[in-house]
Ligand binder design. Sequence first.
Ligand code: NAD
Length: 475
Amino acid sequence: MTPAQTADPTGMHVVNPATGQVMATVPIFDAVQVAAATTHARDVFDSGVWSWRPPRERAAVLLRLAELMERDAELLARLDSEDAGKPITECLVGDVPGAIESTRFFAEATDKLFGRIAPTGPEHLGLVTREPMGVVAAILPWNYPLAMAAWKIGPALAAGNSLLLKPAEATPRSALHLARLATEAGIPDGVLTVLTGPGPVTGTALARDPLVGALSFTGSTATGRRILTEAADTNFKRVSLEMGGKSPQVLMADALDFGDELIENMIEAAFLTMGQNCTAGSRILVHRDIAEEVLARFVTAAGELTIGDPADPTTRIGPLINRAARDRVAAAVDAARSAGADVHAQELPDGLHPHGAYYPPTVLTQVPDGSAVLTDELFGPVVTLQTFNSEAQAIHLANSTAYGLAASVWTRDLDIALRLARSIEAGMVSVNAYSEGDITAPFGGWKQSGFGGVEKSTTAFDQWTREKTVWIRTR
Ligand code: NAD
């Protein structure tokens, strides 16, 4: 249960995980209110005020939204930093510019979505048009609140849908501010509606709502499974799931040729957003010949990360999302230690807020085979390190979880890099970098990390549009 859910029944408290301080109280939308919102969204969609508006004009409004996000960039960064405990520099340098770029990308794509013509004989014309889904919904996680909102809002609105957006309990404030900016940009009432509330109440209501034609979910695999079941039990709404991960960082025997660049990328992969990142490189798989040196350099670099107040621009490691998450991570590390693993972690510094949910960057080695920490998503600043002797063994280890979101591969040998990239079962593999690619590159998971569609790139429109064949007899 997140801190927000412990609030009184008329509203949810938004709690700063660095201090335990209540930052705001937001409403809980129950099933009746969600139904009223989807009905209104349907009326607005049917009115054509947005859905039939010429794409060029929709593009102009969405570009205006991107401008307003740029104007309020510092505020948006502060809201995410306070709600999620994310270091402010991460928000200012990564999340907020990324969200603005995404909004611009999809705005610019609005009037570039062509239909197709079927290859018929001369007596027919088969038009294949791409149309909006109607009323659509998005359910968001708390780790990248603004960025995930932008990935959904951009293509959903560009395509002409009316979108209901449910932010995570812990992090609703940047989405609420985005809704204000959307109004200021000229997006009509009922086209973008933010509904706050707990997952089992507001989220379930959206997943079961018969007027919602498509639902895009980003969050844990367990919740994704529940949402898919709700959709199947109701109107078979189209569901896209972006879920958890346990991504490997594969270091071949020559990886140390990349020197400090390798170590810096590994640190970012492991500890960005305190490791609470779906694509976190939480499993280091390293060739036995270089394992000792890699471990020493990685542990040293992890020990140099500044742990502190997320509002301080020099902070690299803030608190976890709440104390329950911190306790869960600590228990998993304790269990691994009891099973025989070696734990490499720096001490938390003095002076941290006593109510902050802090946990230090941690590396686990000598973890016994079969331990849960090697296969389950931990969602904290904890990585495991395993060694291999051969390329085949590296591939086997890389593919040995139920997840398949991302992976990174380090080697100067292009043949090996390509073989690994082709063999690793993941939606995204980066070579000699830790990267998800830019906004032009599709983002999506395989296996239990993802299902039903991808984010980013023009491929994202597949989630938010459907094709129609118009068959015309010409003589
Ligand atoms: P979560 O599944 O607990 O919650 C995600 C959202 O689902 C929240 O808005 C929550 O209120 C809602 N929800 C919870 N129960 C629900 C229900 N029964 N019906 C409908 N909605 C419900 O996930 P989280 O803890 O917020 O986020 C962390 C997870 O998200 C991690 O597993 C992470 O890997 C994943 N994630 C994946 C991606 C990706 O793109 N693949 C990106 C970010 C985060």
